[in-house]
Design a protein around this ligand. Structure first.
Ligand code: FAD
Length: 401
């Protein structure tokens, strides 16, 4: 870090958004300092995508994001597209691939490891002469009367007073505290009277009520394709039974829409019409479980049919048949809670985007103060959308700070 304590731009939070913003500000010749309280930068990048970082999605639009202000993200997503990030990927010769499963089309992953993305960003930071400081806590921020901000930065051994014209908050949300997540951005917003919307964990596993947990315990580890609906929003992806409830891509996606008390409806046979299959099955004398086991995991069939007898299909009453079909096509498990911030991939809610410019990301009421990335009330679906938001908001802000 340079000896001077004067910077043009200080960015708090060296995650995806902060790194991108620092690179762009540095490229413009702005004296830029990027600080993080963690021991390493970009920890979530390293752990993302199961170690292969799903760094963007070829098909990004505002519809892939949740926000109280759904138009807010449009400008940045249009100005910095996935193809802009791909230019960086190509410049650094990073091998990647697109997921081929139809439900995952457009999701781009590293072929080798997530560290390729972090190395790219670090190299760009060096080229743009960005100063990076880890293990650094910001204990105080005050606005200078003549413009800009003064910050008290420190670690166990030293304390420093820093002055900057622009201050960018890229400190992310509350998800995964052991990776460095903190409520810093929200607290700072409150200090400057910037509204913060209630937060909750998103892209997270769901817990079922205790009696269901007990009765479904033997299914833990089993995955199947489902269609899950919450309040009219539907996702068709894989679901995983866990010890506490349900998870997997379909459930992570719908968890961002689920609120306590709301009902989920899950179709365990989305590729089939059980009503029609049943008619065909009546032609022979096979047991229902035999037919169902051809299209569903046997473990699940056995458990699902426990409350019914296992008979040849033609021997069921109309009411029994309807109940079985309902339980397979319209399962309504009672969700008690989410797995919480300790495993949630994202934080919903956050800085109210009505208080921030969608062009520059500057707070409407405080000159020189900016918010980017996940700390804002913009949350993407699973599939590379959250990194694309971090890149896009960081890039746009980096043009103006
Ligand atoms: C397990 C997991 C896997 C994921 N996989 C993907 C994926 O494959 N694709 C995708 O698009 N998204 C993925 N996400 C979501 C994605 O990681 C985030 O949306 C994205 O990292 C947000 O970027 P950000 O820069 O806004 O915040 P963050 O990446 O959270 O960065 C914030 C930074 O601020 C620092 N910080 C916090 N408080 C302070 C403070 N007080 N002082 C100084 N520094 C501070 C933190 O240490 C951190 O480095 C995943 C998330 C998780 C948890």
């Amino acid at each position: 870090m340079p000896g001077k304590l004067e910077f043009d731009v200080v960015i708090i939070g060296a995650g995806a958004a902060g790194l991108m913003c620092a690179i762009e500000a540095g490229k413009r010749g702005r004296r830029t300092l990027l600080i993080d309280h963690a021991n390493k930068i970009g920890k979530k990048i390293l752990m993302s995508g199961g170690g292969r970082c799903n760094f963007t999605n070829l098909d990004v639009s505002a519809q892939n994001y949740l926000s109280t202000n759904p138009h807010f993200c449009k400008s940045a997503l249009a100005r910095y597209t996935p193809f802009h990030f791909l230019e960086l990927i190509d410049k650094h010769n990073i091998p990647y691939h697109e997921k081929t499963a139809s439900i995952a089309v457009g999701q781009l992953f590293c072929l080798r490891k997530s560290a390729d993305i972090l190395d790219l960003l670090k190299t760009e930071c060096i080229d743009a002469r960005v100063a990076i400081k880890t293990h650094s806590h910001c204990s105080e921020v005050s606005q200078n009367s003549g413009g800009g901000f003064s910050l008290s930065l420190g670690n166990k051994t030293e304390q420093q007073r820093i002055h900057t014209q622009s201050l960018v908050i890229a400190s992310g949300g509350l998800s995964i505290p052991r990776m460095g997540a903190s409520g810093f951005g929200y607290q700072l917003a409150a200090q400057f009277s910037i509204p913060v919307l209630a937060t909750r964990p998103g892209l997270v596993g769901l817990h079922l009520n205790e009696s269901l947990q007990g009765s479904l315990a033997s299914l833990a580890g089993l995955a199947l394709d489902v269609s899950v609906d919450c309040g009219g929003v539907t996702f068709n992806e894989a679901m995983l039974f866990t010890h506490k409830g349900i998870s997997g891509p379909a459930i992570l996606q719908i968890s961002s829409y689920w609120q306590p008390g709301e009902m989920l409806e899950i179709d365990l046979l989305p590729a089939h019409n059980l009503e029609q299959l049943w008619l065909a099955w009546q032609a022979d004398n096979s047991l229902l479980a035999t037919h169902l086991s051809r299209i569903l995991p046997r473990r699940l069939v056995e458990l699902w049919l426990q409350e019914f007898d296992n008979l040849p299909t033609r021997q069921y009453s109309f009411q029994q048949r309807e109940a079985i079909i309902r339980k397979l096509h319209h399962w309504q498990p009672k969700v008690s809670n989410t797995d919480g911030y300790k495993t949630a991939e994202v934080t919903l809610g956050g800085i109210d985007t009505n208080a921030v410019s969608s062009q520059t990301f500057e707070a409407n009421n405080v000159n020189g103060l900016y918010f980017i990335g996940e700390v804002l009330d913009v949350t993407g679906w699973l599939g590379g959308y959250n990194f694309q938001w971090a890149w896009a908001s960081g890039w746009c802000c980096g043009q103006v700070v």
